[in-house]
Structure formats: structure tokens, C-alpha cells
Design a protein around this ligand. Sequence first.
Ligand code: TRP
Length: 336
Amino acid sequence: MSENTAAERKTALSGIQPSGNLTLGNYLGALSNFSDFTNEYNCFYCVVDLHSITVRQVPAELRRRTYEVLALYIACGLDPEKCTLFVQSHVHEHAELSWMLSCFTMFGELSRMTQFKDKSAKHADNINAGLFTYPVLMAADILLYQADVIPIGQDQKQHLELARDIAERFNGVFSPTFTVPEPYIPKVGANIMSLAEPTKKMSKSDTNENAVIRILDDRDTVIRKFRRAVTDSDTSVRYADGKDGIKNLMTIYSCFTGKDYAEIEREFEGKGYGDFKTAVGEVTADGLAPVQKRFSEFMADKAYLETVMRDGAEKASRTARKTVSKVKRKLGFVTL
Ligand code: TRP
């Protein structure tokens, strides 16, 4: 990607929940491309803690993970000097705009959200209103910053479409107020599959730890998990139909080495799956090592992380405040 001058830059915004440990899919699909993004866009990256409480959290863990996600963002190349890194609950306009937008969102629309249906099936004892209105809060995150481009996983596409519908609806009633955002769905991240069931996406909430590589897994764990990866009864490393497990490992190997599938097939010709799996484990561990090292350094410096949070919240508030004032004026609220 080329570097754009500040004036012609579009705004990109994304958020990660501080619940669950991030996976190799998150890394290859999103976090590893972060530095390219900050050159091309005016970036806002948010730790969406308000979203996390739609399912029950252990408070001390939520707090720790909020620091962790921020540290990971920076470790993956998001430079706090070049973009806005912040925690959602530090900018109260998110909750405020969310309420106003909820009055422009239909019950029927929210009922059709597949994530709501999945999560309410999974947490049948806690189908709270926040779980239902979750996509409205996400729309507020996006529309507050007039974001043009939203890097997300395939699973968030329906939520983004709803954000677009809400923006268009509001704009239609009150004249243009919000930028209508476009999704940006990276091809790679969407294709990182579970190591245990390679037809399923690698998910950070998978209950089988062996199915998931975590960004923070140590070298031995990474190699052990790859060695256990489910493949097929064939023996040759080929990118072919019916070989979902091998295809997934080839995708990962390709991401870390830059080699294409033909090169990988040649490299492992005559070698067994065992050698290939070990090699995938090694390049992955090597690729994650520098991120893990930076992550530990930032985690050891809470004061630094808090400075980043504070500066980020201040920068984010400036934009968020403008949008909320505009919305309140259009709605007819009295301004003093
Ligand atoms: N719902 C997103 C997820 O679970 C996280 C998120 C919240 C988000 N707000 C956002 C992503 C705004 C992009 C933009 O993955």
C-alpha cells in the first residue's frame, strides 16, 4: 500500500473485544496488516470492553485483557503516534449514540442477526437486552468517527450491513449526518481454519485448545498443536480438494514464508505430513516470536499503556463529541 497524505486519507476503524485470547486467524487476517493500514488510512482501533459484558465476565480478567489487547495492538505494529488507540468505555459517546441509534433500529432487524441467535442459544440462561442491541453499539462505534472502511471478519458482515442501514435511514430522515461505511474483509484471515476440524473457521472461543493457535502460545505449544493437526489419509503435500487440513497448513506456511502453493508442494515432495507439520509449526513460532517479545515488554509497562489509553481517549473524544452534537441538534434536543 502507498502512503497517502493526511488530507486525502480515509478513516478506518475496527474493534476487538477483550474477551478470549486472540488467534492466528486474528493475527494473519488483521493484526499482521496493521502497519500497512496506518500508512493508508486515518485509523481508529478500539478495545470494545462495553461489548464484552453482553456475556458474563470475570472483572479482574476483563481488566487484564483490556491491557493485553492494547499491548497486542501496539506489538503488532499499530503506532500510537500514527493512529488512535483507545478503550471504548473511556469515550462515553459510544453509549450515548448507541441509545439514539437504537431508536432508528427495528426489533425485526435485530432479531435476524445470526450472531444474536447463536449467542442466545449458547448462553440460554443470560439472553439479556445488551446481547440483542449489541449491533447498535457496534454501529455507534463506527458512525461516531465517520469511518469509511471497516476491517472485519466475515462473521461481522451482517452487523456492518445493519450499521449501513441505520446510517442511511438516519441520513434519509435528517439530511446527511453519517458516512456510510464499507466493509474490508481480508481474504487470508477468513481462511484460517480449525486444526481439529479444518472445515470450520479457527475460533477464539473453541473449547478444544488443540484446534486453535493463540498469538501468545509459546514455541513448544505451537509446534505440538500443529503436529496434532487433523489432515487426511493421503500422504502428499498438495493443495487439492478434499484436503482441507493440508490446505489450511499450506495457507499458514505461505503467510509466514511468502512462498506460493506450487513452491511449497515442491519443497515437501517426497516428505511426509510429519515433516510438513513441524515446518509449519516452526515458521509460525518464528513469526510470532517478535510480536510476543514486544507484547511482554508493553505488558511490563502499565504506566505506558495507560498513557496510550489516556491520549487515545482524548483524541477519540474530540471526533466523537462533534458527531454526537450534530446528532443531538438534528434530533431536536436543546443545546445549552
Ligand atoms: N463485534 C466485533 C467482533 O466481535 C467487534 C467490534 C465492535 C467491532 N465494534 C466494532 C468491529 C466496530 C469493527 C468495528 O468482532
